[in-house]
Design a protein around this ligand. Structure first.
Ligand code: FAD
Length: 508
């Protein structure tokens, strides 16, 4: 069996893993990054809705099952850069109240062991790293912050009209913070595909383009592609992690190191910890509390197609607008709350992928006439919402969304707002857990080892040399897109690891 020796092993090259690598490269430590996928090829299919949605060209071929035993191919994408290769570029900071305990219709959303203020400097670095564009001073929920690194992306005419109509209703639409290299000298070609597609022009601020590509030639970093980690191996007491075992081309290999950072995404990190059960940790690693795999959240995500049959929507990049006036609740119903933001332009092929019986002409007509909006609410964590490892290495996702009624009331209100904005028909579609785009919470952090797996720096309470840095660490989901918060915490953890290493080498 091949054995590699390293100082630090990072498992996964998504937002979390690459942020840690960014901080540690140059520290003198030999970093081995194990990534299950390969570089995503640059090819015409990247921006072809038929290829992406109908032929599912990039989706994993693995199967998971739901609680009833029904099998499906999850909307998971395994490539260098992780899910940011396909993400929608919305790069929001969570709001200070998102880090505090709250309730929604009686369901509790716990406090984070860190505050907005602790994360703020890392949010700033993450925004610079990803090239986020935006404009401060308009969003009424905006936390204290410096100016964005780049000016906001201007609205195209249809979106500018929508912004005016929302303002006329007393709302404060603001330019959505977005990681796209758009503007003078920028590489964005306004190709018309972005959200849920890979970028052919390296204009999308994804983890590969913005963070890893500058690092892959760094002598400290060894990126091992097509290396799927199967388990971590602990010592006899189940205390220190000794090695990561991975499969490549049907062969098993391992990397040994004194330090491990698991960043395989919320669901896969939980699965790796559960698969690593051993005599010293019979319920899986980092799982003395029993929380690993539990508290799976994904946001309540409802897509709204606002249709004016008389107006065609030819917007190329609609993701320039967001509204947070209802982030703390509707007038008279503080539990019904969330964020409103633009989706990427929906096309007929995307509609047919979800509703195969719909005639092509109708789907294309809808795609040409809709203005596409996402209504997002917090999904409160439920202990029984979980990922399980079944006999035969089968994966069960038994997702139990929290506080759905409050989201329904929020969506009802948002549909009214859109109708009053000049769209007589507003269709709704809920994005379910089979495409777990905002998955989080499965390896939650907290101050109490009895109720959490990780401490405030994402270190496992049970293992001194294991960190978990991906959406899994979220104690609650907030109601804003997760990537920037994963990046910021990844940079914070990476800075801590770098300082610790420097201190140790000075005292040695
Ligand atoms: C279509 C879509 C649109 C989205 N839009 C937005 C948006 O606009 N804004 C936003 O903030 N968020 C968005 N998200 C969510 C965002 O992309 C994720 O929250 C974020 O990328 C998660 O980062 P991560 O590091 O936690 O995990 P991942 O991105 O999942 O990274 C994990 C990495 O680990 C690798 N891996 C998995 N298992 C193993 C294994 N066993 N061994 C080795 N490697 C492994 C994976 O291949 C992957 O590279 C979107 C997601 C999708 C799918």
């Amino acid at each position: 069996m091949q054995t590699i020796k390293a100082d630090i092993v990072i498992i996964g090259s998504g937002v979390g893993g690459s942020a840690v690598a960014h901080q540690l490269a140059g520290s003198g430590a030999k970093i081995v990054m194990l990534e299950r996928g390969d570089f995503l090829p640059n090819e015409p299919q990247n921006s072809d809705a038929e290829a992406v949605f109908l032929q599912e060209h990039y989706k994993t071929r693995e199967e998971w099952q739901d609680a009833s035993g029904e099998r499906y191919r999850p909307g998971q994408y395994y490539y260098v850069g992780g899910h940011t290769k396909f993400y929608g570029t919305a790069m929001f900071r969570f709001r200070p109240m998102d880090f505090r305990a709250t309730t929604i219709d009686g369901a509790s959303s716990p406090a984070w062991p860190i505050s907005y203020e602790e994360l703020a400097p890392y949010y700033e670095t993450a925004e610079r790293l990803y090239g986020v564009r935006g404009q401060s001073g308009i969003d009424p929920t905006e936390p204290p912050r410096n100016a964005f690194p780049h000016a906001a992306i201007p609205h195209e005419p249809t979106i500018a009209r929508l912004a005016k109509r929302l303002s006329a209703q007393g709302l404060h639409p603001f330019p959505m913070p977005s990681a796209v290299d758009f503007g003078d000298g920028g590489s964005c070609q306004r190709c018309g595909t972005c959200d849920a597609f890979a970028c052919r022009f390296s204009a999308k601020g994804d983890a590969e383009t913005r963070v890893l590509r500058p690092l892959v030639t760094h002598p400290d970093l060894q990126l091992e592609r097509n290396a799927q980690v199967t388990r971590l191996i602990a010592d006899d007491q189940g205390h220190r992690i000794l090695a990561a075992e991975f499969m490549r081309d049907g062969l098993i290999a391992r990397v040994e190191a004194p330090l491990f950072v698991l960043s395989a995404g919320a669901i896969n990190s939980a699965l790796i910890l559960l698969r690593s059960a051993c005599a010293g940790a019979p319920d899986g690693l980092a799982n003395r509390s029993g929380v690993v795999g539990r508290y799976l959240m994904n946001h309540h995500l409802t897509g709204l197609m606002a249709i004016n049959p008389l107006a065609r929507n030819d917007t190329r990049f609609p993701k320039t607008l967001s509204v947070n006036d209802l982030y703390n609740g509707l007038p008279g119903d503080s539990n019904a709350r969330g964020n409103i933001q633009m989706l990427g332009k929906i096309q007929g092929a995307m509609i047919r992928a979800t509703y195969p019986a719909m005639p092509r002409m109708l789907a294309d007509w809808l795609g040409h006439h809709s203005v596409d909006v996402l209504a997002m609410s917090e999904d409160t964590p439920e202990a029984d919402s979980r990922v399980r490892l079944l006999p035969g290495n089968r994966v069960e996702v038994d997702y139990r969304p929290g506080s759905t009624d409050a989201h329904d009331r929020f969506v009802h209100h948002v549909r009214g707002v859109l109708r009053r904005s000049g769209f007589p028909v507003v269709l709704r579609h809920g994005f379910g857990i089979r495409a777990p785009s905002h998955q989080c919470g499965t390896v939650r952090m907290g101050d109490d080892p009895a109720t959490s797996a990780l401490d405030a720096l994402c270190r496992a309470h049970d293992h001194p040399n294991l960190y978990v840095v991906d959406g899994g660490f979220f104690p609650s989901s907030a109601a804003l897109n997760p990537a920037l918060t994963i990046a910021a915490q990844g940079l914070r953890v990476g800075a801590h690891l770098r300082e610790t290493r420097m201190r140790q080498s000075q005292s040695a």
